[in-house]
Design a protein around this ligand. Sequence first.
Ligand SMILES: [Zn+2]
Length: 251
Amino acid sequence: MSTGEYNGLNHHQYIDKNNKFFDYFNFCDCVWCQLYGLPILNEIHLDEGKRYWFEITKNASSSIKDAYEGKIFRICSKDSYHPGNLYHEVRNDEIPIVVYSDPIDRFITLLNDYFSVMNFNSHSRFGEDIFEQLDYFQMTEEDKYNLLPGEKNEIISPEKRVEIIFDNFKSIKSIHSCHHFYPQTFFIDQKKFKHFELVERKDVSDRFKINGKKWIGSSTKSIQKDHFTEKQLDLVKKIYSEDYKFINKHT
Ligand SMILES: [Zn+2]
């Protein structure tokens, strides 16, 4: 995730704990949230000049930061921030860039990060821990030992994994960096700014002129949309309804 200066933001104050998202998911108080909080506005120097960009996890944020190393600066420095007056040096008629994904697609990507072998990373380990705690691995210690990292998750069918996850959203806790599941709108400041330039994740290479990145159909995902029931998809739409509103308003 981000590198940069501590922004001094108290995420307990900034994030609306009454948001209906928290009827389903936990508030995240992980080390990263304590250190950096949300939202994160970056100054980015594109060919067209200086712009501002709200960083949303899973929405190509690492690729953008890699491509613009030395030309991208987190602008909420500790000194410039105080509650209610975020990044006050930035004019409120600026039009920050926001890279967005379809909320269902983003949710599926997250489930694969946590609960599939695909792109095995620290998140897959979180998923294994969660299934382990829920006692879903019926196998011997030796069998477990012989599986490669992440493969434990794959012994459960995708449909079953999806079902377990929907029954246990609250098992994803701060220790698992549950802020990844936050709505995209939590990563954006709609109080200060009223206009945004929205870029769909698949268009990031073109908009940011990043060569060699293929965002469309770049991988075969273990958990796919057709593993969800209609009811589950409807719930995702409900949980992320603010994201749909934001996307519809600005595209
Ligand atoms: Zn967190």
